[in-house]
Design a protein around this ligand. Structure first.
Ligand SMILES: *Cc1c(COP(=O)(O)O)cnc(C)c1O
Length: 430
């Protein structure tokens, strides 16, 4: 059995897959408040390219040649690895695979959509993209993408992370991104928050509000979101479309697919193309979304309309939510500290087409330590959520003597998250 399944550059998908074309129930339309005009604002903050994709019902959407070329330049298609070391360690008859999204220049899947969004902004003659970032993975990916497309990038970085993650700032600076700690005094909303609490630690929701405010004030500035929205899920489907080809090459079908969820994009990217196969009756697979128990959006949130940001500048989105004013604890998995969820992923969860599980911070670092030991790759704390759930499933296979194929989406590496590992090793995690 092959240990590593690679594809030639020409196998990079030519089209993204749009799940909106195949939903079993109608997509709950975005809405707005009477005074807010959030829907009317959308064309002011997004490029035409992504706005069209956001509402599109077309099943396949062509990837622009230039974006495909850059996918190739940064190393796509990404390899699919067999986790033989982990299988042996767990003594399981299951076969475990992981899709390596950590091999992009910024170390996670986020560049897949960053480059597409920067491309469409450039096409609309934007001067700058603004965005938010938590731990900094998204800000790094968008800074690189904007630099490649020759437009400016401004990143509002959640203040606690700005202070705790100095090296992500360095990465953004190397790619010529501008970084501001959020809440900042650059925007009205930021100043309002700071006047109430000068030491506010910030949240993703606040940073999103600040970035949108910039885009509303200047028609040459567009806003870019790293997860949640439909067009982001769309761009990430390169992951699953490649995985499909790779599994076909080794004659394997997925029985269990696992991904971690913050806003839902890496999970969506990996599984949406397979959800289509499942709906068509071609496979029988269990899809599991893994989230932190301290920010348990899918497992404990409510399915209802809510804003994507704190100030209420985004449209109302029907999703699982912990409330747009929820301030999650300062856990090490910055990428999963978001109150909401992709409405497409939420819809699948509500229809019971996918399952969700929550895991603790100690469990994830324990799994990450094992993975680094037996596979040699150090996973991001976010990714460890998926690994933990994948390991649990593999152990179940051992007990039930089942030879299932388990596919884990390996969303990113943990080489800039060593403080969390250190705290775990030294027994400092609660
Ligand atoms: C941002 C991030 C996540 C969470 O975001 P999703 O949109 O849910 O994918 C997960 N893993 C890594 C490595 C990330 O950088």
């Amino acid at each position: 059995m092959m240990q590593r399944v690679t594809l030639p550059a020409k196998a990079i998908p030519k089209k993204w897959y749009n799940l909106s074309a195949d939903l079993p129930v109608e997509f709950p339309e975005y809405s707005q408040t009477e005074e807010g005009k959030q829907l009317e604002n959308l064309p002011k903050i997004f490029s035409r390219g992504v706005l069209e994709q956001e509402l599109s019902q077309k099943r396949y959407i062509t990837i622009p040649k230039k974006v495909r070329k850059i996918y190739k330049k940064v190393g796509r298609p990404s390899p699919l690895y067999r986790a033989k070391g982990l299988e042996d360690h767990l003594d399981t008859p299951a076969k475990i695979f992981y899709k390596r999204e950590d091999m992009s220049p910024t170390g996670s899947h986020k560049f897949n959509t960053a480059i597409a969004q920067a491309y469409y902004a450039k096409k609309d003659k934007a001067r700058m993209l603004t965005t938010e970032t938590g731990a900094g993975q998204w800000g790094s990916a968008l800074s690189l993408a904007c630099n490649m497309m020759d437009i400016d990038c401004r990143v509002y970085m959640v203040r606690v992370s700005f202070q705790q993650k100095p090296y992500r700032k360095t990465i953004m600076h190397l790619y010529n991104g501008e970084i501001l700690p959020s809440p900042s005094d650059k925007t009205e909303f930021g100043r309002k928050i700071l006047s109430e609490d000068p030491d506010h630690p910030g949240t993703l929701g606040i940073a999103i509000s600040e970035a949108i405010e910039d885009a509303l004030k200047d028609e040459k500035i567009y806003y870019s979101l790293g997860s949640v929205l439909n067009h982001v899920m769309l761009h990430q489907t390169v992951i699953g479309l490649e995985t499909k080809k790779q599994l076909a090459m080794i004659d394997a079908e997925p029985d269990i697919m696992v991904g971690c969820v913050g806003g839902g994009s890496n999970f969506a990217g990996a599984v949406f193309p397979f959800i289509k196969d499942q709906l068509d009756g071609n496979i029988n697979c269990k899809f599991i979304a893994a989230e932190p128990n301290s920010c348990p959006t899918l497992t404990q949130g409510e399915y209802r309309y809510d804003f994507g940001d704190t100030a209420g500048m985004t449209p109302l989105i029907k999703m699982y939510t912990l409330g747009h004013e929820f301030v999650p604890p300062a856990i090490h998995t910055g990428g999963l500290r978001y109150h909401g969820m992709s409405p497409l992923v939420a819809l699948l969860a509500h229809e019971k087409l996918i399952e969700a599980r929550s895991v603790t911070q100690t469990e994830i670092f324990e799994s990450g330590k094992i993975f680094a030991d037996v596979e040699g790759v150090i996973p991001a704390p976010e990714t460890c959520h998926a690994i933990k759930v994948g390991m649990d499933e593999a152990i179940k296979c051992r007990k039930e003597k089942e030879e299932k194929n388990i596919i884990i989406n390996f969303s990113g590496h943990g080489l800039l998250d060593l403080q969390g590992y250190d705290d775990y090793i030294e027994g400092k995690l609660s």
